[in-house]
Design a protein around this ligand. Sequence first.
Ligand SMILES: Nc1nc2c(ncn2[C@@H]2O[C@H](COP(=O)(O)OP(=O)(O)OP(=O)(O)O)[C@@H](O)[C@H]2O)c(=O)[nH]1
Ligand SMILES: [Mg+2]
Length: 252
Amino acid sequence: MAVEKGRIVLVGRTGAGKSTLVNMLVKGDLTLPHLAVMGNGLHGTTKTCETFVGRGWTVIDTMGFGEPDTGSVSNTSAQKLVIDFLKNVKGRYSHIIFVIEKGRCDLVTEIIWNTFRQIFKGGEKNFVVLYTKTDDEWFQENLEEIKKEFPDCKQFLYVDFPEIDPELEEENSESRMSERDRLESELTRMFEGSWVEPDIFRMGDAEIEKKAENILEYIAKLIKKYGRTALQNSVTIFVAVVELVNIFAGGF
Ligand SMILES: Nc1nc2c(ncn2[C@@H]2O[C@H](COP(=O)(O)OP(=O)(O)OP(=O)(O)O)[C@@H](O)[C@H]2O)c(=O)[nH]1
Ligand SMILES: [Mg+2]
């Protein structure tokens, strides 16, 4: 059995590259069949939280936030969605990772980041912001700016795991492997042996339900603060935002 390297939860916007990270860490490459289904980045691909174990890692993949769902969501199903999510991500972690695609730092990302902070309150010490689809040059150039965007996070990483393209595979497969090894050694170096238990870890069902309610209220408040511009991107965090605003904040 492989030595235990860590237990990671991945959260972020649709298409950020969470399931790609699962495949690289748990399976080790992007050859078919994938362990975690990867999408085209436009619509939510991963629909539920799922745990993958392999190569020493345990990784919890979650559904992407931020793209619209079809249909409307009732008050009870909004609650249920968040309650289920919290129950699924409730755990002890070596790394709590916010996955973000390079250049996608906008209002929607900000709302999702703030929601992430609420969900994993108490686990801040092991927060990591991980940029995907980028390289060292971009990362170094933007690091100061990035640190300002995420003031309560102390650890930042980047990776580039391009999907399989038969014409570029000779070069890409090698660079993917070295990216994977670099990522793994940085992850290992970061929080060796220091795991965290976010507040939700100890919560029973009743407390989780209360927390879900608080999170929905919090999101509704943020949306209200940011106003309609956020909505123009058809924002959905957990559920249709319009619904949320109506449910908790009495509309615009
Ligand atoms: N070039 C490049 N492409 C990437 C990288 N990570 C992911 N992609 C591509 O981005 C798209 C979306 O990747 P996924 O891993 O499915 O993203 P996700 O975050 O799991 O998306 P949801 O399940 O919808 O939340 C796919 O086409 C991936 O091949 C990366 O580091 N570099
Ligand atoms: Mg996914």
